[in-house]
Design a protein around this ligand. Structure first.
Ligand code: PHE
Length: 357
């Protein structure tokens, strides 16, 4: 019995893997195993012999069983250790930068503009790109025969034959969102509305689809002075300069009274734009005090409330800030252009973190 014991304990200790271990288990304590057969022989023994051999065989079987279990666990641990060693990696190595995709300048500038106005308390409002002519024109004090309708190079949706209602349009500006926001929220209100707009026009600085941001602030005592401050503050933050100078030029929009186009002092020395210095002026937006009829269309009492609105071109801002010469390339989806002018996805623009590092 001692020989048997030693034989199997040694063999178990030397087993190299689980298969060898399983073979040993079958050999020793399987149905026809050496120890099992010995146990079967107990029946042929005399009672005295059986008394001595029985417990000894049982003890041997238990010992082998636990030796097998212990070895099995040791083998599993060793396998895990080996795997951990083989799969070791140095997590302190620097990552390999892989810029598979980039943020489009239009998205980047939209985020920048939104961050700046959010800081001044403007929420973001949205409206549909397919708009009724009422929202796009009438509600903005542009009645059917108004010349401004022609100036907008409008894309009209078609109506079914026999349907005489005025056609919907692809919105020609973000101003209809003024009406929708006033109807939805009432006054006081402070929103910007970035989004796509459409006009039938195509050259180096015009594409049939482009982007605007509308601004709207209505309250009981909002004046042109507030408009001027907000726009100056915006330009300082957006162009990342300490001083800007704006020039308000009298203009005309049907939905504002008075109206002003706003120019920004700049220089173009060596083809490089510098904001806040030089002798050039660059038109950047249209603005004015919201016309009483527009307030009315939005469901707001013009006797009690007044405010300002402005509209600026996002694509144009992107071209100016990032020195992009041709607007049409914005929408060509040329990967080389996107890699060159795109922004890293994780550089979310914030006022405190920097808008465009
Ligand atoms: N909607 C005008 C445009 O597209 C811009 C504008 C908006 C002007 C708000 C004044 C007030 O040209």
């Amino acid at each position: 019995m001692d020989d048997l014991r030693q034989k199997y304990l040694d063999a178990i200790a030397n087993a190299g893997d689980e298969t060898a271990l399983e073979d040993l288990r079958v050999q020793a304590i399987g149905k026809k195993g050496e120890i099992s057969l010995k146990m079967r022989e107990l029946g042929k023994m005399s009672p005295e012999e059986r008394k001595a051999a029985g417990p000894a065989l049982n003890a041997l079987k238990d010992e082998i069983t636990s030796a097998l279990a212990a070895k099995k666990e040791a083998l599993a641990d060793a396998a895990l250790d080996q795997r951990l060693r083989a799969e070791w990696l140095d997590v302190t190595l620097p990552g390999r930068p892989r810029r598979a995709g980039t943020i489009h300048p239009v998205s980047q500038v939209t985020e920048e503009v939104t961050a700046i106005f959010a800081d001044m308390g403007f929420a973001v409002a949205e409206g549909p790109q397919i708009e009724s002519d009422w929202y796009n024109f009438d509600a903005l004090n542009i009645p059917p025969e108004h010349p401004a309708r022609q100036e907008h190079d409008t894309f009209f949706m078609s109506r079914a034959a026999g349907d005489d209602r005025p056609p919907h349009v692809l919105r020609t500006h973000t101003s209809p969102v003024q009406i929708r926001a006033m109807q939805a929220q009432g006054a006081p209100i402070r929103v910007i509305a970035p989004g796509r707009v459409y006009r039938c026009d195509y050259d180096q600085t015009h594409t049939p689809m482009f982007h605007q941001v509308e601004g709207l602030a209505i309250g009981e005592d909002i004046s042109m002075a507030n408009l001027k401050w907000v726009l100056e503050e915006f330009c300082r933050a957006f162009f990342e300069v300490d001083e800007v100078e704006l020039r308000f030029r009298a203009s005309h929009f049907p939905f504002t009274e008075p109206s002003a186009e706003v120019d920004l002092r700049c220089s173009w020395e060596g083809g490089q734009l510098k904001v806040g210095e030089g002798d050039d002026w660059m038109e950047i937006l249209g603005s004015g005090m919201v016309h009483p009829k527009v307030l009315q269309a939005g469901g707001i009492d013009p006797e009690k409330f007044q405010g300002f609105a402005f509209g600026l071109g996002i694509d144009r801002l992107a071209m100016l800030k990032y020195g992009i010469p041709d607007l049409r390339a914005f929408f060509d989806s040329d990967l080389r252009w996107l890699r060159h002018y795109g922004f890293a996805a994780l550089d979310v623009p914030t006022l405190h973190g920097g808008l465009s590092r």
